[in-house]
Design a protein around this ligand. Structure first.
Ligand SMILES: [Zn+2]
Ligand SMILES: [Zn+2]
Length: 320
């Protein structure tokens, strides 16, 4: 197996119109983001409730799996990450916006803020201004960074977005979902639809209000709460585990690793050393056995004429 070294200039990810000024990293880790911490706490407290016999169902378990693919792989891995952050592939705008709404339904912040923070991560990977490097601590890289205001380096959210995601904020759709926290209401609406779908199903089967409410609550707890929490931890494991454990195909200037377990649960995002070495590549698996199901989705979209300008890996695939 050969180890490849890539020129970091050739894998630049931050759009040229972004300022290169470093953000102030002197803000102490103190103030909690109250809304984020509140949502994080509430969703985790609801997990044991989902296992109560009243609400548990195998259909609910199945909704975690297909929901993780639809809202996690398609919404976050494909749309937020590969399309919006890195421009690895282009879709028709109507489809891109649809997939962005799927991403919003994963409750991982708005598209513009997610993209801005991830570009910050690539710009400063495992150095002082990296928002979530495990060099601080594994807990910090997994979730600690999300719960404090330190991530934005003391800058207002809109300023970080303007600096690092100006290409998104020049588009009306992303402006719309950002302003007035419309993205939060999109999430709330989709959660209500899960409850309503379960309620109507229960009503049609029993005609009983209590039974229908129970089925609706079960659909909400599994189809939304459990799926969101599972997808959170899978996504966050890319920031934490895939910067600590695994092997490296490339000598990058960060600690990124290829972690097969993370790759398995994140539909290919765990081939993270490959991704840091060649950030624009639509394929994160660079060897034949580095399975990347998000890239498979891209190939399927291409077969249907819905994906174009797919960026292929720049380097020879080591060991492939
Ligand atoms: Zn990384
Ligand atoms: Zn990335």
């Amino acid at each position: 197996m050969s180890i490849s070294s890539l020129d970091p200039k050739q894998v630049a990810v931050v759009p040229p119109e972004c300022t290169t000024a470093a953000l102030d990293s002197s803000v102490p880790i103190r103030a909690l983001r109250r809304q984020t911490t509140g949502a994080f706490t509430l969703f985790h407290l609801l997990i044991p409730v989902a296992f109560l016999p009243w609400f548990f169902s195998w259909a609910g378990v199945a909704s975690v799996v297909w929901g993780n693919y639809l809202f996690g792989s398609v919404g976050i891995c494909l749309c937020y990450h590969r399309i919006l952050t890195h421009g690895s592939v282009k879709l028709p705008k109507w489809l891109e916006y649809t997939f962005a709404i799927f991403g919003i339904c994963s409750l991982q912040d708005s598209p513009a803020h997610w993209v801005a923070i991830h570009r910050l991560h690539h710009k400063h990977s495992d150095h002082d201004d990296d928002p979530h490097s495990p060099r601080k601590s594994l807990f910090w890289s997994h979730v600690g960074w999300l719960l404090t205001k330190r991530t934005d380096h003391g800058y207002h959210r809109s300023e970080v977005i303007q600096r690092y995601a100006p290409d998104l904020m020049s588009q009306r759709f992303y402006q719309f979902v950002e302003k007035g926290n419309v993205w939060v209401w999109i999430f709330v609406t989709h959660a209500a639809l899960f409850f309503l779908a379960g309620f109507l199903m229960g009503w049609s089967q029993t005609g009983n209000l209590v039974a229908a409410t129970k089925t609706g609550t079960g659909a909400f707890l599994w189809g939304v709460v459990m799926r969101v929490v599972v997808t959170w931890h899978f996504t966050w494991s890319v920031n934490s585990l895939a910067h600590v454990w695994g092997y490296r195909n490339y000598e990058t200037r960060d600690d990124s690793r290829n972690n097969w377990l993370v790759a398995l649960v994140t539909w290919g995002e765990g081939w993270h050393n490959n991704h840091h070495a060649d950030q624009r590549s639509a394929a994160h698996g660079h060897r034949w056995w580095e399975i990347d199901l998000t890239y498979t989705t891209i190939r399927i979209l291409k077969a249907f004429g819905l994906a174009r300008d797919i960026v292929e890996p720049r380097s020879a695939k080591p060991g492939s």
